[in-house]
Design a protein around this ligand. Structure first.
Ligand code: PEP
Ligand code: MG
Length: 573
């Protein structure tokens, strides 16, 4: 049998369960005018059932990746743009619900692929699966997935994450598929379930018969049918040696534009933006979105506070000018001494716990207006994130999040329902990094700002820190490690957006510290992506101890270099 490619390493030996997943056929295409309303009702009913099904599965699964897959699916499922497209196709083109769904999802995916939408590039397979899932629900018949009662190797021509998650997968010791790709959520889910998996094995569902004993060596990328005891013993022995020699700790990111590591984690490369003109340029660069929008620069030349409507128009323009699925992370105004607009006479501090009543009233006022404008703009895009800078104490963050919640509720009372917004905080004060364990339970994400983190940790001026921003200090590394660890423990994403990020000598170290999202100035996007493509890191088992042992800036650089398996490219494209 031709070898496929390994998705998750491991050894498994068990009888095969073979499943042939027949693709859904869209049969009924045209309807008559009187059938329009019943076809729309049919679509909405199937969509609702699919949503309930996905949300139930989401609640049941303990896998973060599986949850992410289902969240993405629900997001696409409930997308108002998709709903409008489908109902329009039923009404105007008199298409049946199933063919309208089929057409809509196909053209939607194509439209986004044509725009080189990074998110869609990563999620194309899942969106197509989703369309299939709704059509199957609508037809009220599903391919009979085999009932699994004992240990098995699951063999199929293809399989969707939703199908895998509906069977009792605790008995699945290995998976062999005829299709699949390394970046798919199917691959991610299988890795997170820790099931040895080989994809792309030609004709597997024909060659392997139900009940046949199958030995998978998903280290050596080999499949043996009806193996003798001796062979099983020898394959297992070699696998044991591999694990003992520590090779299983090697992390080799795969080559793909929006990267996925071997462990299934996606690496995001995002842009730091400060003006509308940079947004236009952004379309030329490979990026998954904006990791830091420094909103304070938008209104620098204004002589009066920008009104809510003025801000709303500006944010809406930004949201609308980028692909719907781009992540856009707006940071609320950060008016420090070096970034004061004409209409302000002094910095606005986020540390409300220690601020005067007067300062706090100014902060609340400015933030409420900005948050209202951002939330109103969020209706025009699906991936808005808002983050607060510069806070230090836990109570500062609680206050900011309360303010966010109150603003949201008052908008809802006025009849405006904000879009789906993720709310996060910047970890850019030592206090925030130290308190990151408690903070992680309050928010959806962290973004580490090494510029200010360095400046406050090293008690040097911001200018000095900026001049030396090509060096990470040991203390700052420890704070990044702490914040990243706490984000991982809480299951929230953590990105990094200080200037240090484009210094590629630190990339292996930041990667090993668990950072999977890097936000850099647009100028550095291409070189970052290139460096990530070629990143080949071995995380030593005693990595944490080595972090604790770093004493000097040179130790930091050495550690980062030592965990590289092969050197990063000297010259970037
Ligand atoms: C930082 O402090 O690292 C950061 C990204 O914010 P800014 O440079 O805008 O202060
Ligand atoms: Mg900062």
């Amino acid at each position: 049998m031709r070898d496929g490619f390994v998705i998750k390493e491991g050894i498994a030996c068990a009888p095969a369960i073979v499943f042939v997943n027949t693709p859904v056929r869209v049969e009924k295409t045209k309807i008559t005018a009187p059938e329009v309303s019943s076809e729309i009702a049919l679509y909405l009913e199937a969509r609702e059932k699919t949503r309930v099904y996905l949300e139930n599965e989401m609640a049941k699964t303990s896998s973060k990746d599986a949850r992410e897959f289902m969240e993405t699916s629900v997001m696409f499922l409930m997308d108002p743009y998709v709903e409008k497209k489908i109902t329009d196709l039923i009404k105007s083109d008199l298409l049946s619900a199933e063919s309208a769904i089929h057409h809509c999802y196909n053209s939607f995916v194509q439209e986004l692929l044509d725009n080189h939408d990074p998110f869609i590039m990563h999620n194309e397979y899942e969106i197509r699966n989703l369309a299939e899932h709704i059509i199957i629900t609508l037809k009220r018949k599903r391919p009979p997935i085999p009932v699994i009662t004992g240990d098995c190797i699951f063999v199929a021509n293809n399989l969707t994450p939703a199908q895998l998650l509906t069977v009792d997968n605790s008995h699945i010791k290995g998976v062999i598929l005829e299709d699949g790709n390394t970046n798919s959520h199917m691959a991610i889910v299988l890795r997170s379930l820790n099931i040895p998996t080989i994809f792309n094995v030609e004709n597997a569902s024909h060659i392997i018969k139900n009940g046949m004993n199958v030995l998978m060596d998903a280290y050596a990328n080999k499949i043996y049918l009806n193996p003798l005891e001796e062979l099983i013993w020898s394959v297992k022995k070699h696998a044991r040696e591999r694990i003992d020699s520590g090779n299983s700790n090697i992390v080799t990111p795969l080559i793909a534009q929006y990267k996925t590591t071997r462990s299934g984690e996606r690496i995001e490369v995002l842009a730091n933006i400060g003006s509308l003109s940079e947004i236009q340029d952004l379309k030329k660069f490979p990026s998954s979105g904006i990791g830091l929008f420094r909103t304070e620069f938008l209104f620098m030349n204004h002589t009066q506070d920008p009104t809510e409507d003025e801000q709303f128009e500006c944010y809406r323009k930004i949201v609308e000018s980028l692909p719907d699925l781009f992540t856009i992370t707006f940071r609320t105004f950060d008016f420090s001494a070096d970034k004061l607009p004409l209409y302000l006479s002094k910095p606005v501090h986020y540390n409300c716990t220690t601020g005067t009543d007067e300062d706090n009233a100014i902060l609340n006022d400015i933030l409420t207006t900005q948050l209202r404008a951002l939330m109103r703009a969020s209706v025009f895009g699906h991936q808005m994130r808002i983050m607060f800078p510069m806070a230090a104490e836990y109570e500062d963050f609680v206050h900011l999040l309360d303010l966010y919640q109150e603003t949201r509720e008052s908008l809802i009372r006025e009849g405006i329902k904000p879009g789906h917004i993720k709310i996060g905080v910047m970890i850019e004060t030592p206090a925030a990094a130290i308190m990151s364990e408690s903070l992680a339970s309050l928010v959806d994400f962290f973004s580490i700002g090494t510029n200010d983190l360095t400046h406050y940790t090293e008690t040097c001026s911001r200018e000095f820190a900026t001049k030396h921003n090509n060096e990470l200090s040991p203390a700052v590394v420890r704070l990044i490690a702490l914040a990243s660890e706490n984000a991982h423990k809480a299951g929230i994403p953590v990105s990094i957006c200080g200037e240090i990020v484009h210094e590629q000598k630190y990339l292996p170290l930041l990667y090993a510290l668990g950072i999977r999202s890097f936000s850099v100035a647009p100028f550095y996007l291409s070189s970052m992506l290139y460096a990530i493509h070629t990143l080949d890191v071995r995380i030593p088992r005693d990595f944490r101890e080595r972090i604790r042992n770093i004493r000097t800036r040179q130790d930091v650089i050495d550690l980062s270099a030592n965990i590289l398996k092969s050197p990063l490219p000297v010259k970037n494209p």
